[in-house]
Design a protein around this ligand. Structure first.
Ligand code: FUB
Length: 468
């Protein structure tokens, strides 16, 4: 490597280290509302909905799963469940949460039923990414109302599991150990100023309430129950100003009485009426997952998962959290010498993801000028070759590999010939053309030769480097 390259790579490394590129929303290939995080065996899984903007309502039909080991590179695991997974579901695949118990994964969802009400169901799997199946073949909670949305589930240290849910009213039941049935009656938590900061005035819509001077905060939806230092926390979407805020209450017991603690995230340029999320610890840090409408073409019906790190105050209270574009710092590095799925990414433009039975999830529709950014890749002492599994129905696609910026030093390039079809993946290998070592952000840049601008170039399944 010459002196100029060395200087460039060192400077790029420093810039990458201070995280100047956008990181929120964390998924750009699909809309991902209502994020519900779960930590399992050293990985953070995030279960989300799937907004379809253009319908002018929350007309959602499926749910999605992502995972990350470093909080910046997220792997797309596709959509293991949809309305079709529940024979009794009709529409509105709304907010959901997954939890592990004894090696099984229980994904609590809510949907509109054939009788037009909302009900809560549960799907079960042996793996956090599926396949999942409807555990009951019928709803777990169905009371013939619209109240049954947004389930949150929590297992206490004594093994007792709790399911909370509700829109404008907050309910809970104690789940049995099988996680698919419950004991006792459904209990409604009384709404009070002490518990949730305000009171819903009967007969008045949220819009009317927002205009009233005395209107402060009120429980609306999206509960998230967890425990920290023997205190129980209930985060929820409250109502204040022009959009929902995230607020929280605490209690010495999992069933209340709840004491209002204030707003966590409020009055910010979110471009979404709703907010909904979860709080979780991972690798010694605390994170808030939430959603915004800030992705291009997003909005109230095109919402995306975002994440911020925060620190609890010494007394256990949660600080006010600001939405940022930068998101969180990497909580680890990525090893480029093992197979990495192309759908593991920190940021992407001009591509999407698809899945089929043979290949699973892969990056699809790569178009000229698009790219995938993978953060914090540790090349250690150096790489000698680069391999990529790609598929193309036409010739002319080029996959370039750059360091630290779309226009940073190019270390590899693969010309992609037609492989026999858009889903016929072939592994192509090339030598590394410049010296690379240490930690870098990687950019896989899509280019086309003699291909009409905007046309699909190739699909991309996985990649790896060979060590020097
Ligand atoms: O995503 C549909 C609905 O919007 C959720 O169930 C609510 O919490 C709100 O985010």
């Amino acid at each position: 490597m010459n002196q100029r390259n060395l200087k460039y790579i060192t400077l790029s490394f420093l810039l990458a280290g201070i995280g100047i590129a956008a990181q929120n929303p964390v998924i750009q290939t699909h809309f991902t509302p209502d994020p519900a995080p779960m930590v399992y065996q050293g990985k953070m899984y995030v279960y989300t909905g799937d907004d379809q903007p253009g319908f002018d309502f929350y007309t959602m039909t499926k749910w999605r799963v992502y995972s990350t080991e470093d909080m910046v590179n997220y792997t797309d695991h596709g959509s293991p469940i949809s309305l079709e997974s529940f024979s009794w579901a009709r529409d509105r695949a709304w907010a959901a949460q997954c939890i592990e118990r004894n090696g099984k994964f229980y994904w609590y969802i809510c949907v509109q039923t054939v009788d037009n009400n909302m009900a809560i169901g549960v799907a079960v799997s042996d793996s956090p990414t599926g396949p999942f199946r409807d555990a009951l073949g019928k709803p777990l909670i169905s009371t013939g109302t619209w109240d049954n949305i947004d389930p949150t589930v929590f297992i206490d240290d004594d093994g007792q599991a709790y399911l909370y849910w509700g829109n404008s009213k907050l309910f809970y039941v104690k789940l049995n150990k099988d996680m698919t049935s419950y004991q006792g009656k459904i209990t409604e938590i009384p709404q009070s100023v002490e518990a949730f900061g305000g009171l819903r005035r009967p007969g008045k819509s949220d819009e009317v309430l927002q205009k009233q001077e005395k209107f402060d905060d009120v429980y609306v939806e999206g509960p998230w129950l967890y425990k920290r230092n023997n205190q129980y926390y209930m985060m929820y979407a409250g109502m204040t100003g022009r959009t929902e805020c995230l607020s929280y209450s605490t209690s010495p017991s999992p069933t209340g009485p709840w004491k209002y603690q204030g707003k966590i995230m409020t009055d910010q340029p979110t471009n979404s009426f709703t907010n909904h999320g979860g709080i979780i610890d991972f690798k010694g840090k605390s994170y808030l997952f939430y959603h915004t409408g800030l992705l291009p073409a997003g909005g109230s019906y095109g919402r995306s998962t975002a994440v911020e790190e925060f620190r609890y105050h010494a007394d256990g209270t949660i600080p006010k959290i600001i939405m940022t574009k930068e998101g969180v710092a990497p909580a680890g590095t990525l090893n480029p010498y093992q197979r990495t799925e192309a759908e593991t990414m920190a940021w992407s433009e001009k591509c999407s993801t698809s899945e089929n039975r043979k290949t699973g999830v892969y990056v699809s529709d790569a178009r000229a000028g698009g790219y995938i950014r993978v953060r914090s890749v540790d090349f250690e002492k150096g790489a000698s070759a680069f391999s990529a599994s790609v598929a193309a129905g036409i010739d002319g696609g080029i996959l370039e590999v750059h360091l630290d910026d779309v226009k940073g030093p190019k270390i590899a390039e693969i010309e992609i010939p037609r492989t026999g079809g858009w889903e016929e993946f072939k592994t192509l290998t090339t030598k590394i053309s410049a010296s690379v070592f240490g930690v870098h952000d990687l950019y896989f840049v899509f280019q086309g030769k003699n291909i009409t601008a905007g046309r699909k170039l190739f699909n991309f399944d996985y990649w790896s480097f060979q060590k020097k």
